[in-house]
Design a protein around this ligand. Structure first.
Ligand code: NAD
Length: 319
C-alpha cells in the first residue's frame, strides 16, 4: 500500500495536476498538498491541504511527522523569467527548499524524494541539437545555475548518504488546467488561450526559436513512472534528460491554424529571448528510455488538438 506523500508547491502548474493524478491513483487522503497560497477549487476539494513554506525546515518536519509522510515531491521554485528579476530570492528558495527535503531524507524521516530539474541546466556552449545527458553545462541564467547546483547536490546526497532522490530535466510544459508560473516557455500555453479568446497572439520569443516541449500528461506520467521504477535500475541521480517534441512559435501557430484558420501571430521578443537562446533545441533522452522505459505519447499535433478542445470546453463552462 502507498504510504503518505507530501507535495510542496502543489498549487502551481505542475503541482496541481501531479496532486490530482496521485490522488486518483492512491486516494485523496494519501496525498497531502501544500503551498504558501491556496490552489484551484478542484485541487482544494480533492484532499488534505496545508499552508506550508518550503524554506521552513521545522514546519515541513512537523507536517512529515503529523501525517507520517514517506515521500516528498518538491515542486516549489522560482522559474526562469522571474528568477532573472529576483536573483537572490530565487537562489534562496530553489536551494534552501531542496536542502530541507534532502536533509529530511538523510535523517531517515522520509524515504524517497522527487525534485525537478530543467533544460535550463544547459547553457550557450552546450550543443543545441539532440543535447546529450552529460553535455557541457555552463548555465547563464540564475534559474539554470540553481538547477545545476541542485543536480550536483542530489547526486552527492545519493552517493554519500544513500538518499533515494529522483529527478528529470523537464522541458517547457504545456497544460490547460493551470496557468504557467513565470517561465521562458510560457508562450506555448498563452498562445492557445489567445487563439481562442482573441484570434491573435504577440509572442515574446522570435519566430524561429525552437525549444524542447512536453504536454503535461506526458510529464506527469513520466514523473510517476520514475518514482515507481526499481531503484537498482536508476543509473542517474543528478537528473534525467526527458524529451517529447521540439517546436518554434511559428510551428505551433501553424498547428493552431488547422483548427482556428484566421489565427494570426506576431513577434515582439523581450528579455526572455536571451534566456531561450541559451537553451537546447532538442534533447537526447536515451538514458531515461533505457533505465525506466520512458516514451512520450504527445506530439505537437496531438497537443494542439487536446489544448484547443479542453480550453474551449473550459471557456464555455465558465460563461
Ligand atoms: P509554478 O510557478 O507554476 O508553481 C510553483 C508553486 O510553488 C506555486 O504554487 C507557488 O505558490 C509555490 N511556492 C513558491 N514559493 C513557495 C514556498 N516558499 N513554499 C511553498 N510553495 C511555494 O511552477 P511549476 O511550473 O509548477 O514548476 C514546478 C517545478 O518544476 C519547479 O521546480 C520548476 O523549476 C520545474 N520545472 C517547470 C517547468 C515548466 O515548464 N513548468 C519546466 C522545467 C522545470
Amino acid at each position: 500500500m502507498q504510504k503518505p506523500i507530501l507535495i510542496l508547491g502543489a498549487c502551481g502548474q505542475i503541482g496541481t495536476e501531479l496532486t490530482l493524478e496521485l490522488r486518483n491513483r492512491f486516494g485523496g487522503t494519501t496525498v497531502i498538498a501544500s503551498d504558501i497560497r491556496n490552489g484551484s477549487d478542484t485541487l482544494m476539494q480533492s484532499g488534505p491541504f496545508e499552508l506550508l513554506d518550503a524554506t521552513d525546515y521545522d514546519a515541513i518536519e512537523d507536517t512529515v511527522m503529523h501525517y507520517e509522510i514517506d515521500e516528498i515531491y518538491l515542486m516549489a521554485a522560482m522559474l526562469s523569467a522571474t528568477a532573472e528579476k529576483f536573483p537572490m530570492r530565487a537562489w534562496n528558495l530553489n536551494m534552501n527548499s531542496l536542502f530541507n527535503v534532502l536533509n529530511l531524507a538523510k535523517e531517515g524521516k522520509i524515504s524517497k524524494v522527487f525534485w525537478p530539474s530543467s533544460i535550463a541546466v544547459f547553457g550557450p556552449n552546450t550543443p543545441k541539437d539532440n543535447t546529450p545527458q552529460n553535455a557541457l553545462m555552463e548555465p547563464s541564467t540564475v534559474y539554470g545555475i540553481s538547477k545545476q547546483s541542485g543536480e550536483r547536490w542530489c547526486e552527492y546526497y545519493h552517493k554519500k548518504y544513500g538518499v533515494d532522490v529522483r529527478s528529470v530535466r523537464y522541458p517547457g510544459l504545456i497544460s490547460w488546467k493551470t496557468l504557467p508560473g513565470g517561465g521562458t516557455t510560457d508562450y506555448a500555453v498563452e498562445i492557445y488561450h489567445k487563439a481562442l479568446e482573441e484570434g491573435q497572439y504577440t509572442c515574446f520569443l522570435s519566430k524561429g526559436t525552437k525549444l524542447p516541449m512536453m504536454y503535461m500528461d506526458d510529464a506527469i506520467r513520466g514523473t510517476m513512472t520514475l518514482m515507481e521504477a526499481d531503484s537498482k535500475k536508476l543509473t542517474i541521480r543528478s537528473s534525467y534528460n526527458l524529451s517529447a517534441m521540439s517546436f518554434s512559435p511559428e510551428e505551433v501557430a501553424q498547428s493552431i491554424k488547422s483548427t482556428v484558420p484566421n489565427f494570426e501571430i506576431s513577434y515582439a521578443p523581450d528579455f526572455r529571448q536571451q534566456i531561450a537562446d541559451s537553451w537546447p533545441s532538442s534533447i537526447d533522452d536515451s538514458k531515461a528510455q533505457e533505465d525506466w522505459g520512458w516514451q512520450p505519447e504527445f506530439d505537437l499535433e496531438k497537443t494542439t488538438s487536446e489544448m484547443l478542445k479542453n480550453l474551449k470546453t473550459k471557456q464555455q463552462s465558465e460563461t
